[in-house]
Design a protein around this ligand. Structure first.
Ligand SMILES: [Mn+2]
Length: 432
């Protein structure tokens, strides 16, 4: 049997206030075409369907529109969805009874019985007419984990590992040895690589570093969500599908994909392929790597393609651009200069990152520090400039500082004279 695994769609996402609807629609269209060519029996969506707990009508329309189209195209395919940490469990699960009629199972929370005990066995979803099982574990919230006894907790098992152990036990009670088992989870598995700020940290009950041993050995495939970089953890068959579009500038170089899983009927072993998702809208970084001077980034912007007026641009939104500037002197008009250079260019500015060229070391580390009395204000000013910008202040800047300092010193003299005519002598040096 064949399954496709995807996660972290974050419908309704905005990147620096620019909405991503065009990219999401392009992805969903691609996914429908891929379902057509791959003909999977099962589609697994491992959480963070939506970017926020209260998604916009447009985001919900994309979601339900996709489910309807998928159902129309593949009447026998099962879709299993778990809630992620960004989703509102109650909101995601609200249409579950209707979706159930369309072979779509939404598991957003751990159901409770009449005795208020968690019903772990209800996380097990039979799929493909009972041929296979999916243990669909949503992102576990504090209240899902609050039931463990003191004794269990004292055993040193972390809460989330304990919850997965319950799921394992529930699976073993119902699974036939010939049934392929898929496990879904939305958590941070220890060893996973993350370098993005868009993966909101989760630290409930050890969910921030799940150990590999907690997934059942008999799983043919473990379909994880939460990390936006698609990757395997621990083993070939334990994977994050990753997000389908870059959700932060740091994710621009990720290889976005969905995972195709073919489970051998006899061995129950999975063979895995990554199906690359085409990038609908590019993210351009200026410069490509590292940092550029003001002059070099302005030149690079000038060299960008000009906007073409007409209908085409409305259909294909221009790329996002991030500009990374290293300053060897203060540049108060940086944003204005960059924005002026961007006028008429076929890009959308999303971020200007700036850093100073200097070492940023403290004066104590950089200065051959003589005693404080030996340092003049201009010494301190120059050293500060050097450590910030890695350059020397120009004669004009030095003169401006000297003038400002003289003015400040005169004002101090005046103030002291007025306040206390017979005060102690005015200090010669003014602290900067
Ligand atoms: Mn996510």
């Amino acid at each position: 049997m064949r399954a496709l695994h995807t996660s972290d769609w974050h419908l309704g996402h905005t990147l620096k206030e620019v909405n991503r609807e065009y990219e999401h629609r392009a992805f969903l269209q691609w996914l429908l075409a891929t379902l057509q060519s791959e003909q999977p029996d099962l589609l697994l969506i491992s959480g963070d369907v939506f970017d926020t707990a209260t998604p916009s009508a447009t985001a919900e329309q994309m979601w339900f529109g996709f489910l309807a189209a998928a159902r129309r195209q593949h009447p026998v395919m099962d879709i299993v969805v778990i809630a992620g940490n960004h989703d509102s469990p109650s909101r995601l699960a609200a249409p579950a009874p209707v979706l159930r009629e369309l072979n779509v199972s939404i598991v957003a929370t751990v159901p409770r019985g009449a005795d208020l005990q968690p019903q772990w066995q209800q996380l097990i979803v039979p799929v493909c007419g009972g041929r296979a099982l999916v243990a669909a574990v949503p992102f576990l919230r504090a209240h899902d984990l609050a039931h463990f006894t003191e004794e269990e907790l004292a055993s040193g098992q972390r809460d989330v590992a304990m919850a997965y152990r319950r799921v394992k036990t529930a699976v073993r009670a119902v699974r036939q040895p010939t049934q392929p088992l898929f496990v879904m989870g939305h958590l941070y598995a220890a060893g996973g690589v993350t370098d993005s700020k868009s993966e909101r940290p989760i630290a409930v009950g050890g969910q921030d570093s799940a150990p590999p041993s907690m997934f059942p050995k008999e799983a043919s495939y473990v379909a994880l969500g939460h990390l936006h970089r698609g990757q395997k953890v621990y083993a070939e068959h334990v994977r994050y599908a990753g997000a389908p579009i870059p959700l932060a500038i740091e994710e621009a170089n990720y290889h976005h994909h969905v995972v195709a899983i073919d489970v051998d009927d006899a061995t129950l072993l999975a063979s895995i392929r990554q199906l690359p998702i085409p990038r609908a809208v590019d993210i351009i970084r200026i410069p490509k790597r590292g940092w550029g001077s003001v002059e070099s980034v302005l030149a690079a912007i000038t060299a960008l393609k000009d906007e073409v007026a007409g209908a085409a641009e409305a259909l294909q939104p221009p790329p996002f651009v991030e500009v990374c500037v290293e300053l060897d002197a203060p540049e108060p008009k940086l944003r204005a200069k960059i924005e002026a250079a961007l006028v008429g260019k076929a890009v959308r500015l999303i971020h200007i990152d700036r850093r100073n060229a200097g070492t940023g070391e403290t004066l104590q580390a950089t200065a051959n520090l003589r005693s404080l009395e030996q340092l003049t204000p201009i010494d301190v000013f120059e050293q500060l400039w050097r450590r910030n910008y890695g350059s020397e202040p120009s004669p004009e800047i030095r003169a401006a500082f000297a003038a400002l300092h003289a003015e400040a010193a005169a004002a101090t003299v005046l103030a002291v004279d007025e306040a206390a005519p017979e005060a102690t002598p005015v200090p010669k040096k003014v602290a900067p």
